[in-house]
Design a protein around this ligand. Structure first.
Ligand SMILES: [Zn+2]
Length: 267
């Protein structure tokens, strides 16, 4: 696979470049499998800065601010496998079907991305083969492996959202995102509301759909896994203490939910 990877992606990522796939705790024993599509904000060298100033490349349009710190802590606390993606969503969005326009956005919020203008079919294919495919192939393989070993998998897709989008402030501290799963969303919503100090979004600020999402529909729903997306507001997890607090809270809640699921035949 390494040689295939090097050959396929030689024009965008070489063997000396950082792999798009970041993993932690691959031998973790938890049924929870954590994913993070917008974990990093690297840009492959041949793409330069995509024509954007640094001030744009650190904003939420480039990645999910704060989620890496939450995801890594949560993976440790739960003893759960984390599979995450290190390159910027501005290069290719790993939570979009590759055929939709927002896969390689030319506009994000109010920012046009010069490096994404006028791409050839080949340019698009290169990004997909270098970043999108290895990440999703890896998640696929991990789920296969777990199924083969008769280990249960509960897919949890971790994201963060900007507190203000297009001038509109968002009231939620955390949101649950789901579509077809009927098992986990009500349990998580109930647990988050029981915390008492949270404004909880029910499919807010986003809902999951086949056109606007990839990880949940493809790895969760199509494979019949219990699944959920979690969105945490970025100002709450912009520093390490916030990341630690939210990881602790989610670890406690998810452990309680795991115990409940074990009592149900669907688990
Ligand atoms: Zn995200």
């Amino acid at each position: 696979m390494d040689s295939e990877f090097a050959r396929e992606t030689s024009l965008l990522l070489g063997v000396n470049d950082v792999s798009p796939v970041f993993e932690q705790n691959a031998a973790g024993r938890s049924p929870f499998l954590l994913t993070s599509d917008h974990f990093g904000r690297l840009i492959p060298k041949p793409l330069g800065d995509l024509g954007l100033p640094e001030s744009e490349l650190v904003r939420h349009i480039a990645w999910d601010i704060g989620i890496a710190g939450v995801a890594m802590r949560l993976s440790q606390m739960l003893d759960a496998h984390l599979v995450a993606q290190r390159y910027s969503r501005l290069v290719i969005d790993c939570n979009r079907p590759p055929h939709v326009a927002s896969s390689i956005p030319r506009l994000s919020e109010a920012t046009t991305i010069p490096g994404n203008e006028g791409l050839s079919r080949e340019d698009v294919e290169l990004r997909r083969r270098a970043i999108f495919d290895p990440y999703h192939r890896r998640i696929d393989a991990v789920i296969d492996q777990r199924a083969h070993g008769r280990r249960p998998t509960i897919l949890v897709a971790l994201h963060s959202f900007t507190p203000v989008y297009a001038g509109v402030a968002r009231p939620w501290h955390i949101g649950t995102l789901y579509h077809r799963d009927k098992t986990l969303p009500p349990l998580l919503l109930q647990a988050l509301r029981a915390e008492g100090d949270l404004v909880v979004g029910d499919n807010e600020p986003y809902a999951v759909s086949d056109e606007t999402d990839y990880t949940i529909p493809v790895h969760g729903e199509a494979r019949g896994l219990v699944n959920i997306g979690i969105e945490i507001r970025q100002d709450l997890i912009s520093d390490e203490s916030g990341q630690q607090q939210w990881a602790e809270r989610l670890a406690r809640i998810l452990a309680e939910i795991e115990a409940k699921l074990l009592l149900q035949p669907t688990a």
